[in-house]
Design a protein around this ligand. Structure first.
Ligand code: KDG
Length: 320
């Protein structure tokens, strides 16, 4: 086991659940994982970065499975085991062109996360958080801004994915007020055009920026599905194409995008290259029914890494 203070590139904090994928009435596979922040951690580990994921799990077998599975994926788990609460579960119902996710996570072990469950942030370059965590419980709603403040005090950059999950919030106006404040604390914000619209934070990147949701020096990535992502950084606006892909399931695509973009940041690539890396990794997750790139599959790994190499080769050749 890695020491909790061993340097890592990214620390991601949030709930990970067991996940069953149903196709029609059938459950053809074993149990997989669902968790926006661990999806990002897996994507980053897949791309060769040192990644720690922190959370709370029950003392149940599902919790053991999650820890083992993340280790297999190259992520360093930093976990408190809750002797009372259980590990959460999600069931993903897949039909052609549509996915419904049902949660069995109320009062889960992760819903009791507090700052005491967080690893030391020193020795990390980035902290990655999502707008799912503050919706889980009042304790989790306190944890996210507390972690952001701690990161700011230690010069760890904060990446925040809005990840709006309306079913987890009491109301969209509470979601909007909370997420707005959290965006303001972040150095890098990921938001989907659908999320921005639902939260009434703007229909376009320009409107989102004008809404004063961001710190002036922050970077924002505005994801627009098949229309391709846009970004705004240091006063410059960028746009990029999406990678055309056959859609199996969109769940986790945003997390893969965030992992690719963060990987680009860690490699000191340009914003257009970070966007392309994000889209390349997202396209891989859209084509599978898991919420993350599945590292143990060697054929897939080779395919994904070659598309990633194309972007990083461009970087060394000096293409913007
Ligand atoms: O972004 C994908 C995640 O949403 C999924 O893996 C499960 O974290 C999850 C959630 O709470 O929806």
């Amino acid at each position: 086991m890695t020491a909790a203070t061993a340097p890592v590139d990214v620390i991601a904090v949030g709930e990970t659940m067991g996940c069953l994928v149903l196709r029609g009435h059938r459950h053809p596979g074993g149990i997989t994982l669902a968790g926006a922040e661990s999806n990002v951690a897996i994507g980053l580990a897949f791309l060769g970065h040192r990644t720690r994921w922190a959370s709370r799990l029950g003392t149940d077998r599902l919790g053991d499975h999650i820890v083992d599975r993340l280790r297999e994926s190259g992520v360093d788990p930093y976990v408190t085991r809750d002797p009372v609460r259980q590990t959460g579960l999600a069931i993903k119902e897949l039909s052609p062109g549509r996915t419904v996710v049902r949660y069995y996570r109320r009062d889960s072990a992760a819903s009791a996360m507090s700052i005491r469950d967080a690893p030391p942030l020193t020795n990390a370059e980035w902290l990655h958080l999502s707008g799912i965590t503050p919706a889980l419980s009042p304790a989790c709603a306190e944890l996210v801004p507390a972690l952001m403040r701690q990161a700011g005090g230690q010069r760890v950059r904060v990446s925040f994915d809005v990840n709006l999950r309306p079913v987890l919030w009491d109301s969209l106006s509470i979601a909007r007020d909370t997420i707005r404040l959290l965006c303001r604390e972040a150095d890098l914000v990921f938001v989907g055009d659908d999320e921005s619209r639902a939260l009434e934070l703007g229909d376009t990147l320009e409107e989102f920026i004008r809404g004063n949701v961001l710190r002036p020096e922050a970077t924002v990535v505005f994801k627009r599905g098949a229309h391709g992502p846009q970004a705004f950084a240091a006063g410059v606006r960028y746009a990029s194409a999406a990678v055309p892909t056959e859609v199996v399931d969109l769940t986790g695509a945003g997390d893969a995008f965030a992992a690719g973009f963060l990987s680009g940041q860690l490699r000191r690539l340009s914003i257009p290259q970070c966007l392309r890396l994000g889209s390349a990794l997202a396209s891989q997750v859209i084509g599978v029914d898991t919420d993350f790139v599945d590292p143990p599959d060697p054929a897939r790994r080779t395919q994904v890494l070659s598309s990633i190499d194309e972007v990083t080769d461009e970087a060394t050749r000096g293409v913007p």
